[in-house]
Design a protein around this ligand. Structure first.
Ligand SMILES: *Cc1c(COP(=O)(O)O)cnc(C)c1O
Length: 433
């Protein structure tokens, strides 16, 4: 009875997969916020280095991963694929449940998979500092880690409610050498405007993005900006997850009927699912792909598919995506990484093409699932990841009803060791849906 399907370091993928090469219909282009004309690579130059802009616009199916990036990936990749035998028994389900565990990275989530190449390309381009936003702190700590590896300064605008709720994430970012500000801050015009409107504003990802973008644009070229999800190049970097999972499912002599991931901006979900969709689009086996989001921030299930800004202040390009509106401020649930008003254009387009489904789940049901998972598999899921766990368990329970032995694969996108207050609140019955 094999539990962990492990690959050696020499099976770390050497290319990232770009789904834009294979989509039946092109993804609508981003638009310039001023002119509303399709965005050109030059428009992004103040924010990103040339290599990442080229990746953002690329329609090549495969892009080489630089050796220096692979050398960092070696610290935790290939990540394990685990068969959840004990959870299967606890659920008394005929389903086979596998999870791809991304919590083994130094920051505890999938986010270093893109933070590392982003820091690398910025360093190559002579940039000295990266600015960014963070919600729960997962992305900020991943970028802080990557910046420390490549000798870059890192400035993080952290959504104020998380800054207050998650002091240890802030401590981790500072340990990796980053400077962290609560957002809204008094350091940017967008922050000052938000504080003028509401001195007690608890912030949002959209606002923190405005602040980080503004700080980069006003740096006189010293700093650039990094985004932890949503963009094409970010989803592409995360495809190392699904490419490894394909090989590991082969080791398990199995293939998923259903693939599941929690979706905030869509990067860990896309990272797992896109390589499986590649097989499907090439005439191989098809999979049921399910993106899971919080009921309190139901971007894919209830948002409109239209052009919207990625940030609150309207500084970013207009993106065709499922959106709740760029001024939407979601309730302060514990899954901070899922509190984003928009969704990756790639994931939005796939939803529009019916190549994936979306499901919204309530917070307490997620912690119930996360707790059951921890008690059987020994890993405490990040609050974001509990969304994927919830739907994986629901699918396994449906198999118990129907007697079908389906194969279920999900990303356990991170561990929850910095989020124990969320579990404590759940046990105390204090969580609201
Ligand atoms: C950030 C985060 C997410 C959500 O972001 P995606 O880009 O949708 O993957 C999910 N899980 C964890 C652990 C995260 O840190």
């Amino acid at each position: 009875m094999i539990t962990k399907f492990l690959l050696p370091e020499d099976r770390i993928p050497t290319t990232w997969y770009n789904v834009l090469a294979d989509l039946p219909k092109p993804v609508p282009p981003m638009l310039h916020p001023g002119t509303r004309e399709p965005l050109t690579p030059a428009d992004l130059a103040p924010l990103f280095p040339e290599a990442l802009i080229a990746q953002e616009f690329s329609t090549e199916a495969e892009i080489d991963i630089p050796g220096a990036v692979i050398d960092v990936y070696r610290q935790w990749r290939p990540s394990p694929l685990v068969r959840a035998h004990r959870l299967e028994r606890a659920l008394d389900t005929p389903a086979r449940i596998y999870f791809k565990y991304e919590g083994v990275s130094p920051a505890g989530s999938h986010k270093p998979n893109t933070a590392v190449p982003q820091a690398y390309y910025n360093k190559q381009a002579g940039v000295q500092k990266l600015t960014t936003e963070t919600g729960a702190g997962q992305w900020g700590s991943s970028l802080a880690l990557a910046c420390s590896y490549f000798g870059l300064e890192c400035e993080v605008f952290m959504v104020k409610v998380s800054y207050q709720q998650k002091p240890y994430r802030r401590g981790l970012m500072e340990t990796f050498g980053a400077t962290v500000h609560a957002s809204p801050s008094e350091l940017t015009d967008s922050g000052l405007a938000a504080l003028a409107a509401d001195p007690d504003a608890t912030g949002s990802l959209g606002l923190a993005i405005s602040e980080a973008v503004e700080a980069a644009v006003k740096s006189g070229g010293r700093a650039k900006y990094a985004l932890g999800s949503v963009l094409n190049h970010v989803l592409m970097h995360q495809t190392v997850i699904g490419q490894e999972a394909l090989l590991q499912m082969e080791l398990a002599e199995d293939y998923p009927d259903v693939v599941i991931g929690a979706a905030g901006g869509g990067s860990n979900f896309g990272g797992l699912v896109l390589p499986f969709l590649r097989e499907q689009l090439a005439g191989g086996r098809s999979v049921q792909a399910i993106a899971v989001e919080p009921a309190s921030c139901p971007t894919l299930t209830q948002g409109r598919y239209e052009y919207d800004f990625g940030d609150t202040a309207g500084l970013t390009p207009l993106t065709m995506m499922h959106t709740l509106g760029h001024d939407f401020v979601p309730p302060s649930i514990h899954a901070g990484g899922l509190r984003y008003h928009g969704m990756a254009p790639i994931i939005s387009a796939l939803k529009d093409l019916d190549l994936l489904q979306a499901r919204a789940v309530a917070q307490t049901a997620c912690f119930e699932a996360g707790t059951l998972f921890a008690r059987n598999e020994g890993i405490v899921p990040a609050p974001e990841s509990t969304h994927a766990v919830r739907v994986a368990i629901d699918e396994a329970l449906a198999c118990k009803e129907s007697g079908e032995a389906r194969t279920i694969l999900f990303t356990l996108s991170g561990h929850g060791h910095f989020d124990m207050q969320a579990y404590i609140d759940y046990f105390a019955g204090k969580l609201k849906d």
